[in-house]
Unconditional design. Structure first.
Length: 141
């Protein structure tokens, strides 16, 4: 029997390989939200600290996730838009790509300025300062 292909087939396979408590994150989540043109070279997934560390083609992160930082999209567990943007900031994604993603997310109503700032504050001073700068430039283009 043939099943229709999903545009996120590779993410489903990676998620199934990493276990039911894993969550699509970082650049992979940006792709699902259609907030980035860049295709990540690896699939990014947040896993519990007890998970296996090595999976070919999968970049595992062991960050803790609060319940309000996870949602469902396209049938996959995925970090929220605000959490995703905070993750790519701390992960070192190019500032222009972060600016594009946050601008697009705000324009499309996928998150709010308040949620972006709150997530950035949770991640520390560096992330908070960068998010503040990005939101400031959003107000004053």
């Amino acid at each position: 029997m043939q099943f229709p292909a999903s545009p996120y087939e590779d993410l489903f396979v990676a998620w199934l390989c990493t276990g039911p408590n894993s969550v699509i994150s970082h650049e992979s989540a940006l792709t699902v939200y259609e907030l980035s043109d860049a295709l990540p070279g690896e699939i990014h997934i947040i896993v519990p600290r007890t998970a296996s560390r090595r999976k070919a083609g999968i970049r595992l992160h062991t960050n803790r996730l609060a319940a309000d930082e996870v949602t469902q999209r396209a049938g996959l567990p995925i970090t929220t838009v605000a959490r995703t943007i905070a993750d790519v900031i701390t992960g070192g994604l190019a500032r222009d790509q972060i600016r594009q993603a946050s601008h697009e997310a705000l324009q499309r109503g996928l998150t709010t300025r308040e949620n972006l700032l709150a997530q950035a504050v949770r991640r520390g001073e560096q992330t908070s300062l960068l998010m503040g700068d990005l939101l400031q430039s959003e107000e004053n283009p």
